[in-house]
Ligand binder design. Structure first.
Ligand code: SF4
Ligand code: SF4
Length: 110
């Protein structure tokens, strides 16, 4: 089955993406490019664009709902790795369903 995220991208243009500075490539074991982030506190950074109105992560490429992808997929931060598509039987993240509806798409499994 095709990966539903490849024709979606809604969550990357719906929520703030904040994470610990240790996820940055400037820290041992980190990988997220520093230039794509903004500092929030001494220990917290945010993906650029995710606090804009409307939000859209700077790393997201393509058109939401048609063809979208994360340009730093292998280097994406922890919250993005933890976020799972919402599907039937309540598997995954409810935020996925909310993000899809925000862009006029049905929630997965609906
Ligand atoms: S909103 Fe859900 S289906 Fe869409 S990209 Fe995010 S996780 Fe994937
Ligand atoms: S880093 Fe990638 S997966 Fe995370 S919000 Fe941005 S585009 Fe989406």
């Amino acid at each position: 089955m095709a990966d539903p995220c490849l024709s979606c991208g809604a969550c990357c243009a719906s929520f703030r993406v904040d994470f610990h500075v240790s996820d940055l490539e400037s820290h041992p074991g980190g990988c997220v490019p520093v230039a794509l982030t903004v500092p929030v506190t001494a220990t917290l950074v945010r993906m650029r664009g995710t606090d804009d109105g409307p939000p859209r992560c700077i790393a997201l490429k393509g058109e939401i709902g048609r063809e979208a992808c994360c340009t730093i997929y292998e280097k994406r931060p922890g919250p993005c790795r933890d976020f799972a598509p919402y599907a039937a039987l309540n598997i995954g993240d409810e935020g996925c369903a909310r993000a899809r509806r925000r862009y006029g798409m049905a929630a997965l499994g609906e």
